[in-house]
Write a protein that binds this ligand. Sequence first.
Ligand SMILES: NC(=O)c1ccc[n+]([C@@H]2O[C@H](COP(=O)([O-])OP(=O)(O)OC[C@H]3O[C@@H](n4cnc5c(N)ncnc54)[C@H](OP(=O)(O)O)[C@@H]3O)[C@@H](O)[C@H]2O)c1
Length: 283
Amino acid sequence: MIVVFGATGTIGKPLVTALLAKGAQVRAVTSNAANIQALQALGCEAVVAGFDDAAALEQACVGADKAFLVTPAHLDMRSWKANVIKAAAKAGVKHMAVSTGLGANPKARLTFGVWHSESQELLKESGMDWTLIQPTYFIQNLLWQADSIANGVYLDDLGGPISWVDARDIADVAAEALTGTGHAGKAYGLTGSEALSGADIAALLSKATGREITVQAVSATDSRAAMVTGGMDGETADAMVELSGLAPKGYLAGIENTVQQVLGRPARNFGNFIAENTAAFAR
Ligand SMILES: NC(=O)c1ccc[n+]([C@@H]2O[C@H](COP(=O)([O-])OP(=O)(O)OC[C@H]3O[C@@H](n4cnc5c(N)ncnc54)[C@H](OP(=O)(O)O)[C@@H]3O)[C@@H](O)[C@H]2O)c1
């Protein structure tokens, strides 16, 4: 039995599907009881547990030998991850894969790098086997601005090339890590196979929609304000802006070959994602 925490999210949803397709027994965890029925309809068990509810987290792990953990980017993400790691170890889980972020390590000098690294180190010290899933920016973030793109504008709050990764590739690597062999003790940095700037993405969108999509640069101040307006706490928004500040320097453009190495196939690409979702951008 593999328990998936964060099962309704950007990574968790395709991960549940990928694990079920491999024939694994899956228990999906949600904080919202309204999601239970839809999760069960996929063919998995589904239980409710909030990241703050130690007893429910432990109960969610009973009888499971493996687990996957992702939380939203949030001020409480470190305590949430610590709660889940503690609960899983207590319940007897043997191997956990945790999704963090590319470059997270104890020497990281970025806030997100430090936050993610803390969770990674806790997992390593937990006594469970561990696998670190470390993605860069998700291609799926593009859907956050579908309305703006439909109005002809791609909002670029990064200002430099990014080696975007498809969340389905993150899920596929996590599924392999939890069902295949030889993945314990590994850290998998995940990117796509090309680095694209805002202008590159606008060109792909223009081609796919047959309309001119222009790029509009978004300042760090406006980007932070938008995140806070959208419900993010200020400290996490600051961490997001700090991370995106690396893009103009070219530091977020590095390519990792991990998807190919782990899955034996190339990473999905941005152009294909746009093609699959053209309807969302062409309303
Ligand atoms: N987006 C990017 O470009 C990017 C890049 C690199 C790294 N990351 C990292 O990836 C992570 C986000 O991954 P994601 O997008 O897959 O996550 P997500 O979709 O934001 O969240 C995963 C799930 O967590 C559940 N959840 C929220 N609050 C909860 C709570 N209090 N208790 C229990 N469950 C709760 C939600 O499901 P329910 O509502 O069903 O409970 C949600 O579907 C973050 O750590 C972020 O730093 C993101």
